[in-house]
Design a protein around this ligand. Sequence first.
Ligand code: ADP
Length: 173
Amino acid sequence: MSQRVAIYPGSFDPPTNGHLDIVERSARLFDRVVIGVGRNLAKKTVFDADQRVELMREACKKWPNVEIRSFDGLQVDFAKECGARFIIRGIRALSDFEFEFEMGNMNRRLAPDIEMVYLMTAPEYLFLSASRVKELVAFSAPIDSLVPPNVAKALKSHKGKGGFRTGATESND
Ligand code: ADP
């Protein structure tokens, strides 16, 4: 029988516990999950693509069927490249739904044989976003319960080097 492979694409700047919850649940649903870290995003990121891949890789070590790669271009092309027939996305609020609905429909037009799979966020992560985490770091608020330990360390080190100086966040997710 053929393997059920899914991709989970995103910017992951940085990975949060909300993302990891989606990864963990996806790893139970599919034989193989490839996390796709967007390389050339329209938005400016705090961590470059290689750093985001590394942060995700370290955070996902415990799941043997999860693999991390970076990608450029369309989600559906990346899915085909990975031999995946499913694209996973997480949904938090209605605002996510609107964006995802539009993108899901576009993906369906581009590749009708690839199915979108939406996982509803766990309630404890409903208000957790990568941009909110960066904002908290900028104001020296605790983030240890929101991100994996390696990400907390990387964020603190980025702040220590003068990142987040203005308190502004670089991306809006
Ligand atoms: P993108 O820029 O592609 O939206 P993100 O890194 O912001 O990438 O998010 C990747 C995916 O993870 C998206 O489907 C997003 O809705 C989902 N996601 C982000 N934060 C959470 C969370 N706290 N709970 C569940 N899903 C989330």
